[in-house]
Design a binder for this molecule. Structure first.
Ligand code: HEC
Ligand code: HEC
Length: 201
């Protein structure tokens, strides 16, 4: 009985070790292999999908990210060799670059919202008593075909209905520039304030 148990445990341990080796060896680039063999993703699941903490502050937009990434990997983890750090940076920097760009665009849209909309619609989109309608949960954010670009460029004049309540006021053009600024503000409004039940999988 004891023997059977220790044989089973031994076989399981060997299988586990083989699985780890296979996992590391099946990586397709030296960078991916280093990420796997050092277990980076155990502590940094964000290595690919969101910016590493602190990276946004250290990186100047428009400058190459890869050398900076090599440097911060090495300075935070001296046990990682220069070569491995460089390989990891080569492998990880395109996704980090994208994640940084997304974060910066989201930050810019939030600042724009706070500067141009929040005075009336509230910093959390809650609106203001009977003066300004809410954006949180508003069907105007999700209705298709969308009239949002038009509203952002030309303003809006009532009567309108928002979440079952009638409004009859005037919103002057809030001064949003057509193009990238409009698109990123709309993405922000939908992400922050749109009713969640129609979330696409
Ligand atoms: C056992 C957990 C652990 C593992 C494994 C690990 N890290 Fe870290 N890492 C940390 C901690 C904790 C910090 C924060 C340290 C500090 O504040 O200086 C950090 C900091 C960093 C930073 C700096 C972030 C910044 O912007 O300042 C980078 C880059 C980084 N790690 C990359 C890696 C890479 C690449 C690997 C794989 C080679 C790795 N880490 C493996 C725990 C870990
Ligand atoms: C000076 C106050 C004011 C500012 C600033 C303002 N709005 Fe409005 N907004 C209104 C009013 C009043 C209405 C209702 C107009 C009506 O009755 O037709 C409205 C309606 C809307 C609607 C449709 C109704 C709803 O609640 O969903 C949207 C969407 C909207 N605003 C978005 C914005 C965005 C985005 C900004 C910033 C770029 C902004 N507004 C800036 C006052 C304002």
């Amino acid at each position: 009985m004891r023997h059977t148990f220790s044989i089973t445990a031994g076989v399981a341990a060997i299988c586990g070790l083989l699985a780890v080796i296979l996992y590391i060896e099946s990586a397709t680039t030296p960078g991916e292999q280093s990420v796997r063999s050092h277990g980076c993703l155990l502590c940094h699941p964000e290595l690919f999908d969101s910016p590493l903490p602190g990276l946004a502050e250290q990186h100047t937009p428009g400058t190459p990210l890869r050398p900076l990434l090599t440097q911060v990997i090495q300075s935070s983890h001296p046990f990682v060799s220069a070569e491995a750090a460089d390989n990891i940076a080569e492998y990880a920097h395109p996704r980090q670059q994208l994640a940084l760009a997304h974060t910066r665009r989201g930050d810019a849209a939030r600042s724009l919202y706070l500067a141009k909309c929040a005075a009336c619609h509230g910093s959390r989109g809650e609106g203001q008593d009977d003066r300004y309608p809410p954006l949180r949960g508003s069907e105007w954010l999700t209705a298709e075909p969308s009239r949002l670009p038009e509203i952002l460029h030309q303003g809006l004049q009532g009567p309108i209905t928002v979440r079952g309540k009638e409004w009859n006021a005037t919103m002057l053009p809030p001064g949003v520039t057509p193009g990238e600024e409009t698109e990123s503000l709309i993405r922000y409004l939908r992400k922050e304030f749109a009713a969640k039940q129609h979330k696409t999988p």
